[in-house]
Design a protein. Structure first.
Length: 127
């Protein structure tokens, strides 16, 4: 499991110092997974080149958002699927582009809409 986590850290460049939502949420999820494996805050911080207080905050974010924030769950889904693969065929959710556009409040929301269009995650035709 630790090798899979290290691979995800490298693949998604989670050691970078960026503050983009995708990067932060993925990093917070990895913090949580490492903490579940009994790594302490300092060890986790050293693995990702972060301060232990950053790790602690990431654990709080993960516990607050996981399974309650759709955007958070969508962002961490690729890592979660890689760490915990399922034998059952995965049916990707279909979203309503109209609802997403109406709820859109910022450029991050627009970027998520763009990603969903690219990945064909919207219903085929809405009227």
């Amino acid at each position: 499991m630790i090798e899979k986590i290290k691979y995800m850290i490298e693949l998604h460049k989670l050691c970078d110092s960026g503050r983009q939502r995708d990067l932060v949420y993925k990093r917070d999820y990895i913090f949580s997974e490492l903490f579940k494996l009994n790594f302490n805050l300092c060890e986790i911080g050293r693995m990702l080149d972060k301060h232990h207080a950053t790790v602690l905050n990431g654990l709080r974010v993960d516990s607050q958002f996981q399974n309650s924030d759709k955007i958070y769950d969508d962002i961490i889904a690729p890592i979660k699927d890689y760490l915990y693969p399922s034998d059952a065929p995965v049916e990707l959710p279909k979203y309503s582009i109209f609802e997403d556009v109406i709820k859109c409040n910022n450029t991050t929301d627009l970027r998520i809409i763009k990603e969903r269009i690219t990945n064909n995650l919207y219903l085929e035709r809405e009227v």
